[in-house]
Design a binder for this molecule. Sequence first.
Ligand code: LLP
Length: 422
Amino acid sequence: MHHFNRREDRLFAENVDVTALAEHIGTPFYCYSTATLRQHYTRLKDAFAQNEVTICYSVKANSNLGVIATLADLGSGADVVSEGELRRALLSGIPAGKIVFSGVGKTEAEMTYALNADIAQFNVESRAELEQLSEVATKQGKTARISLRVNPDIDAGTHEKISTGKAENKFGIAWDEAEASYAKAATLPGLEIVGIDIHIGSQITELTPFRNAFTKVADLLEKLTDAGHNITTLDLGGGLGIPYGPEDAPPPSPEDYANLIDEIFGDSGCRIFLEPGRLIAGNAGILVTSVIRTKKGEAKNFIIVDAAMTELMRPTLYGAYHDIQPVITNGNVQDVWDVVGPVCETGDFLGSERSLPEPQKGDLLAIFTCGAYSASLGSSYNTRLSAPEVLVDNEKFEIIRARPQYDDILALEKVPDWLKKA
Ligand code: LLP
């Protein structure tokens, strides 16, 4: 569900006319809907009414301060994977006590920063990381609350590049080493074991992989409790998928997901953390782009637009499908088009073989489901200016990230002194 709707032939974001936005801001730009963000957060939270659950929005999905602050306002916590994301979460008003720090490569500087911020917990992904965190915490005279991210060796049934819970993935502590790693952690100074953490992948569209992984975690919880560890939190990661195409089967509902968690962990007495990203932000954003020109080729017809893989990497990276629609429907006959950007890579496409009415130069297209992993995966390849981000709330809107100027992106670079002409 989202709040991008058509009024007669025109696309609106809540009560804001997308065409008027484009005239004001220029294209390409991302447009996010506050009502959609709120609805997704609230529906998930409400699905867990019976449980003590903390939703730690996974900041990597969409890390704009305006988006994080919208969720902070609803009481969300955050899942972060770098000092940069931690800074964003804190700046957006998320209390440190609701922030979990995941990731395989936390540096000593990042550990120090997070310890000083007094975050809820570190999700530790290896024994070497345990030892380093212990050293850093001891040096700071602090105690790091930790969960161990365990790798349950479960196939999440998703794209191989976003599957994280198989033994061959780089994430988490190998299942067979989990108990020994907890025993080791208990001997290290500066650490307080609080929980267990898993995250098996992203865009998971069936409950079975979650069931398999959670069942293994429940078993581990029992073993660790028997071994005398005081496990009080379970971080079950993110990963619940969303529909991208009109023909996609509906993924499990937040209620089904919540019921599964209640069935497996309802009596555990543990505080549950969740780390959803896409589920909250994915459908809350569109990417609006203008047609530069069309090109009818021998084998294919192309609509060349001013957005590219630099704004939406997902089709290139994962072969992902995103729905594309004209912002204003015209009555032109439909043809089959590849929608491509100006970037000099054959892989730079936004949609292939789409039935769309023949557009004119300057017509606007909306690419749907660009609220997650779109702006945050963006780049300035081909020295392109990153697309601005706009947040709509009912009839209000605000630019929450401006389009940079060329001077801004060139300012950090220089020609070395030895090449400068006297
Ligand atoms: N927690 C951890 C530790 C994660 O690594 C991730 C995502 C999440 C939570 C949030 O997962 P979600 O609820 O959003 O599925 N760029 C890819 C997705 C990469 C996901 C990386 N980790 C894409 O565009 O599909």
